[in-house]
Structure formats: structure tokens, C-alpha cells
Design a protein around this ligand. Sequence first.
Ligand code: FES
Ligand SMILES: [Fe+2]
Length: 366
Amino acid sequence: MATGLIEPCLYRDPAHHAQELHGLFRQSWVFAGLLLELQGLAHQVVRIANTEVLLQCDRSGKPRAFLNVCAHRHAQLCSPGKHEGAVRCPYHGWVYDREGVPVGIPGKQAFPEVVAQPEQYRLAEFNCEAVGQFVFVRLASAGPGLRDWLGTQYEFLERASLGMSGITDEFRKSVDANWKVVIENSLEGYHVPAVHSTTFMQVDGMSREEAAPVFFLGDPRHSHLEHPANADWVASFARMERKIGRWPWRFEHYTHRLIFPNLTVTSFMGYSFHIQRFDPTAPELTTVHSRTTGVKFEGGTEMGRKMMERIYADGQAFTDKVFGEDSGICAKVQAGLRNAQRLAVLGEGIEDRVRHFQRAYVAATK
Ligand code: FES
Ligand SMILES: [Fe+2]
């Protein structure tokens, strides 16, 4: 048993929140979206720290991240969310190409310098790199490369992307709590009996005979767990496999990963991946952007396809219910934090991933 490492005021103080955006979120590689969402002329605007970032792939297929501000007179180029077609400013209609260069200028005779050297007027750009399907952006110009930043999670994300076929479900919801409360809640199973008595405690395919899940805390920033799947569940899957077909990365456990600071990826047996981004919208408000992705199956039957559809749909209903339960309890934690004065108490073993996150947070905000 030990005390927590983050003072309660740091979960509610607006000045600290602003510092966090500047010091932590600008310096980190932050997950921004999936490559499969940026195919063709698709582009999207996401908010990272206090900055709106326009994501699109260039002509070589590489994802790029631009400041969402027109080079002409600073209009917001695109509204947050997903868009199709070329990027066109809503104010005077400047059109930008895939490399962020203004290539279509109405009344161009008034802008001879822009027409002569359009690259000089390209959109401001940030570091942007992908591992598999996962696109990350770092706003700060200097810092570690993505591979160094991700450590062993790099390989996980690469493998998780194998055969990723598309988004089967997506939502954005807000939680009335500081983003660290929501992350910390996702890092421990200690609350499961009290908060999820009708969901996780009933049927989730996880082994109850096994000892506690195995934690991996070797990386200074990220952590993950693996929880063996229930043997009967694996056996029933094996029986269905002739119908369902094979998928690229099959494992026999549940895994939950925190990719510091604000991305979690979870999967059960590798047949789908649940990807959640926890945006620090305000000191006491977190926006959760959640995507579930499916994978391609090989050698399955039509009946197998229907079975998987059913498994995905059940998984969705389960995820929604669990999300509601977690979001409710996080709001209660935040309500307590408004009056809290002493440091939290962290249990040994069961809350080790919370402590690991807090250490990483303290190191990153020094
Ligand atoms: S501000 Fe964008 S075209 Fe004028
Ligand atoms: Fe929970």
C-alpha cells in the first residue's frame, strides 16, 4: 500500500489543466486517427491539446497533419470531424492539395506571389507518423521518434493492424471528470465487482480460475495487462472456427493497453480491437472517442459471417453498458475530488497500473 502521486487539485485546477495541455500533450505523440479513415480524399479534423489539426494522406499515402488554419486570412479550414473531397476554405475558397499547398485561388491575379511560389504558403505542419493503422501526431517540433516513444507497444500496434478491416462501431461521449480520472479507472479491475456487478461479473469469457491478470509495467510510460481467456470459451471458439474462418492475429487472452498519455487499445482474442482516445476537453470534462474495428476472416462460411456479426453486436451492447457504468462512477470520483485534500491510497498489486500511470505522468509534467 502506498499513497498516490498526484495531488487532488491537479485533477480540477484550470491553470494546471492549461499547463498539462502545453507541457504534456504538445510534447507527446498523441493518437489522432486511423489510416483507413483517410483513404482517397477523406480528411478529418481532430483537436490535440488546444490545437485543431487537419489530417489527410499525401499523394504517396503518407499521413500528414496540418494546422487547420487558412494561409490567406486565418479562417478555420474544416470543422471538426470527417470530410470528403479536397480541402477548400469556406471564406474565399482557396483550395489546398494533399501536401497542404494552396493550388486553387479564386481571382488569382490579385495574388501573384502565391501563384508563383505556392509552396511558400503551404499550411503549417506538425510531425505525423503511422504505425500500422494508427496515426500519431506530435505538436512539439523536437522530441523522441514515434518508435522510441511507443517502445514495445509499437510492435503491438503493428500486429493489431494486420487485417484490420474497418470500423464496426464508433461514438463520442463526454464524461464529467478529469481525463486522468477516466484513464485511472480503466487501469484497475478493483472496481469491477462494485461498479460492473451486472456486466463484467456475469459473462465476459475471462477465466476466473486463473490468478490475477498479468501486468506488464516495464515501459516507463505505457502499461498493459493480459488476462487468460476462459478455457471453455476458447474451446467453443475453436469449434466455430471452421465456420468463422481464420483471422490474422489470434491470441487466447484479453489485453488492455494504455498508450501514454491518452489512448487505450483492448482486444479479446484479436478478432476485434477497441480503440479509445480520452481527450482533455476541460479540467473536469473528458471527451471519449471510441472506435471498434473488425478484422478480415479467411476461409469462413456465410453462417460464420453471421455468427461474427452477432458476436460484434453483443460486444457492442456490452461495451455501451460498461461505458455507462464507468462514466457514472468517474463523475462521482470527480465530485469527490472537488473537496479532496489528501493524496489517494493505492492498493498493492491490484492498483499497480494506476501507480505506474501516475509515475509516468509526474515524470512527463516535471
Ligand atoms: S481566409 Fe481562407 S480563403 Fe480567405
Ligand atoms: Fe470499469
